[in-house]
Design a protein around this ligand. Structure first.
Ligand code: HAM
Length: 409
């Protein structure tokens, strides 16, 4: 083998892919139940979209983008996240008012790969555009929380903070800058540079975590409106019984946020203390992209990390029935039976390789089939032998009753 997948990427094969399917399905159902329509946007965008949207001074834009010139000389970038794309699509389509959208797909960031940190990773996310109410923040936070609940990730806490509004940030910026300047010689070169341009970014520097631990917090500098919004978000989370902790120095690594920011952490997922997902309110983003003022709030969950945090029993592809061909002259009958089971909504499969009955049973077991249906000489009398793999009970039933038998298991 000479060709391997690029560093920081992942192949997902069965049985592991069973967990992915479970997660993606749960997200699809849940987001639809909460009123989010499906959104599809390109995997690559004009580089400028992320420079303006995510922010020139963020780690993502400075260091992690997959940027290239296409054959027409345009600077394009593989999307490092999808929020900027969603807002761009909304503006480009000339939409106004509320749009609730859900998306899932790969994102690309040139990072140092480690557990839970990849160069191509997969997100599922929702964006709630056009709604300034704190109840929208609560709903979005709830979507992520319920998703974790549904896929079996236990003991989840939401870390919550408010950054206030850009217009009110001058006082905070001053206090933070003064604090950091007093400790400038302890800061990394990147943070020292950002101190002059965008001091808030210093707060999410992992290298400087020790220095920023006691830095002034945005919460102490909220203007009245932002403070009331934050109170409403907290009250809403309490009403929905979503456990949260105030995280006064949580700022998140993207520049478009104002007010609410949040992340999800779980006891079962502690790799490098990384979040399973996160998001926040981004009212300034539409204007950063040249559009009219449009409030928005959203979240993205890291699917790679969620899958790692999902319990073992969630693994497995699962089949309701595996059709075993015991008489090779009845191949077509086995194909027909499988097709009719599938048409009846049953997950059914069979082996096309003409292997021994024993080998077919092994396959049925490996594939996690609940029932095996054996097509043999009794097919001539219109019957099939069905066997429950877990209970071991076995019965000869009329062909017309196989579906019912399988569904009853
Ligand atoms: P983010 O915090 O950059 O936010 O990413 C969201 C989640 O994606 C993270 O919490 C993490 O689970 C996962 N993730 C990020 N980078 C990696 C990586 N290199 N490898 C594996 N997983 C990763 C956003 O992307 C925002 N667009 C979220 C948002 C939506 N804000 C508002 N709307």
């Amino acid at each position: 083998m000479t060709i391997r997948a690029p560093k920081g990427t992942l192949d997902v094969l069965p049985p592991e892919s069973g967990r992915w399917r479970r997660l993606l399905r749960a997200f699809d159902d849940l987001s639809e139940r909460y009123g989010y329509a499906l959104l599809l946007t390109p995997l690559f965008e004009a580089t400028e979209l992320f420079a303006r949207g995510v922010g020139e001074e963020t780690e993502i834009v400075e260091k992690q983008m997959y940027t290239f010139a296409d054959k027409g000389g345009r600077s394009l970038t593989l999307r490092p996240e999808a929020t900027a794309s969603v807002v761009r699509a909304y503006l480009q389509a000339g939409r106004s008012g509320v749009l609730k959208g859900a998306y899932s797909g790969p994102m690309f960031r040139y990072e140092q790969p480690q557990a839970g940190r990849r160069r191509q990773f997969y997100q599922v996310g929702v964006e709630y555009l056009g709604e300034p109410s704190a109840d929208a923040d609560v709903e979005v936070i709830e979507v992520g929380y319920r998703l974790l609940e549904e896929v079996g990730v236990a003991e989840v806490t939401v870390l919550l903070n408010s950054l206030g509004d850009p217009a009110d940030r001058a006082g905070y910026r001053e206090a933070l800058t003064a604090y950091l300047e007093r400790r400038a010689d302890l800061l990394s070169p990147d943070s020292r540079r950002r101190l002059a341009t965008n001091p808030l970014r210093v707060l999410d520097s992992k290298e400087d975590a020790g220095v920023v631990a006691d830095a002034p917090a945005p919460l102490d500098h909220l203007a009245a409106e932002a403070a009331a919004h934050f109170d409403a978000v907290r009250a809403g989370l309490e009403r929905r019984k979503i456990p949260f902790q105030i995280a006064p120095r949580l700022v998140r690594g993207l520049d478009y946020y104002n007010r609410t920011v949040f992340e999800y952490q779980a006891r079962s997922y502690t790799a490098a203390q990384d979040a399973l997902g996160g998001g926040g309110r981004y009212d300034p983003l539409a204007e950063l992209l040249g559009g009219p003022p449009t409030p928005g709030v959203g979240l993205a969950m890291g699917a790679d990390r969620m899958v790692a945090a999902m319990p073992e029993e969630a693994v497995g592809e699962g089949l309701d029935v595996f059709v075993v061909l015991a008489d090779s002259s009845r191949r077509e009958a086995a194909l027909d039976l499988t097709a009719s089971l599938r048409a009846a909504g049953v997950r059914a499969d069979l082996d096309l390789a003409g292997r021994s009955v024993k080998a077919q049973f092994k396959t049925a077991d490996r594939r996690g089939a609940a029932v095996v249906a054996v097509v043999g000489e009794e097919w001539g009398r219109g019957r099939v032998t069905v066997r429950s793999m877990a209970g071991g009970e076995e019965e000869s039933v009329p062909v017309a009753e196989v579906t019912e038998w399988v569904k009853a298991r």
